[in-house]
Ligand binder design. Sequence first.
Ligand code: DX5
Ligand code: ZN
Length: 218
Amino acid sequence: MHAPVLAPSLLAGDHAHLAASARTVADLGIWWLHLDIMDGHFVPNLTFGPETLAALRRSGSKLFFDTHLMLSEPQRYVEAFAKAGANLISIHIEPEYDTLGTLRRIRELGCQCGIVLNPGTPPESILSVLSQVDLVLVMTVQPGFGGQAFQPEMLAKLKTIDTWRRSRDLTFRLEVDGGIDLATAAECRAAGADTFVAGTSFFRAKDQAAFAATMARL
Ligand code: DX5
Ligand code: ZN
């Protein structure tokens, strides 16, 4: 079982001072930073692009960039995000494109790769790529916006994927994203999750160090 990892989502940071928000994360001894990339098409919102990652690197950030592409055509952008400094690139299973080929390309580019499922997408849809990924991201809200309520129905999906992981001797990380706070993270941990994206709950926490310490003990 992987040790728990907290991945604060920069979406909930200060968009006028993203480097400062990333520094807050690093200064707490957290290693991962979750970067939400939206195209206004696969999801009804827009965020930032590869140039933002490159600028964060230029500002000195050494965090592990966990890059979540919410794009209709992710295959067109993986190279740009890899060159900009992504460490892990996750792509959704729902759009029509060469998913397996794109996962392979992400690895060729020197990054880890992940596959993502929306709340309405059945776990069986990722069975054929499970052995090819470093991470499975189970969306626990409909992607597009921070600050939404956790969907408890996703706990069963986590258990299913965790069971497949064990029975097939696979070692991918199992990440959750959306409405994660200390309480919902504990429920997800019990269902098999080991990697926890937290936007609102982390950036609005009164004591971020205590929040990170509790997450590390999950
Ligand atoms: C939602 C994004 C999430 C978002 C989570 O579309 O994928 O990463 O930042 O935000 P919270 O933690 O506020 O639900
Ligand atoms: Zn995300």
